[in-house]
Design a protein around this ligand. Structure first.
Ligand code: G3P
Length: 238
């Protein structure tokens, strides 16, 4: 099956996933976030990032700032930027108190620092990014489509509106982030996203893309039978 025209990034932080992702033909880059970095047991962010970048020297890799203050984020953004030419600095569109990070995004983007404006959930937040990003500086804008869907809201119209808002920025690429199922890759491409970032397990599932549905049906029945046989479940006495 032909895959849609969209770059696929793997959203992960642990080295085992990074190595496995590099072996997949679809991996076009990596994103991380502070939760994934914590779950990977990282203690020294700089040492960790150096190891990641030794494994991934040229594909784009996004590392997020960890501070919750504007000054701290700015300081960390400069450190992260110095880690490598393929690094995008993830800046949340708002701070934990809900204040816009537009000012900081503007300052860093004007300096040509590649940014990944993250945690975008609304078109208003995409507008903060669009107004702040420099037209000549590379940038990603990550819309958390899956978390929007998690609360029962259709992410598609939101993603499409964000796409329209970002249209005037030639170097800004829209990321469908927070991916929940393989079919999101097709939805993201149809919505005009440039990139989708998904967990390793989901990207690996692309091996089955376009698999015959009757074959899938037989697989399902066979797995059910195998599982029950292995568990030794019987009807007992009835
Ligand atoms: O790239 C965004 C992502 O890291 C968040 O994903 O699955 O935690 O909603 P998730």
């Amino acid at each position: 099956m032909t895959l849609p025209d969209i770059a696929i990034f793997v959203d992960c932080a642990d080295f085992s996933s990074i190595r496995k992702a590099l072996a997949l033909p679809w991996t076009g880059g990596f994103t991380t976030n502070p939760s994934l970095v914590s779950q990977a047991g990282v203690a020294d962010y700089t040492a960790y990032a150096r190891k990641v970048l030794a494994l991934v020297p040229s594909l784009p890799v996004s590392f997020e700032v960890l501070s919750n203050t504007v000054d701290g984020m700015e300081r960390e953004a400069r450190v992260i930027h110095a880690w490598g030419g393929n690094v995008y600095v993830k800046i949340p569109v708002i701070d934990p108190a809900g204040n816009s990070m537009g000012g900081l995004i503007k300052k860093l983007s004007r300096e040509g620092i590649p940014l990944n404006v993250t945690c975008v959930f609304t078109p208003e937040q995409a507008k903060i990014a669009a107004d702040a990003l420099d037209a000549t500086s590379p940038a990603y804008v990550s819309v958390f489509a899956g978390r929007i869907a998690d609360v029962g809201i259709d992410p598609l119209p939101i993603v499409e509106e964000c796409r329209d808002i970002l249209k005037r920025l030639p170097k800004a690429e829209l990321i469908w982030a927070s991916t929940r199922e393989v079919y999101n890759i097709w939805q993201a491409a149809d919505a005009g996203c440039d990139i989708i970032t998904a967990p390793l397990a989901m990207v690996a599932k692309l091996r089955d893309a376009g698999k015959d549905l009757t074959e899938l049906s037989r697989d399902a029945v066979n797995v059910f039978m195998k599982d029950i046989a292995q568990a030794g479940v019987t009807f007992g006495s009835y």
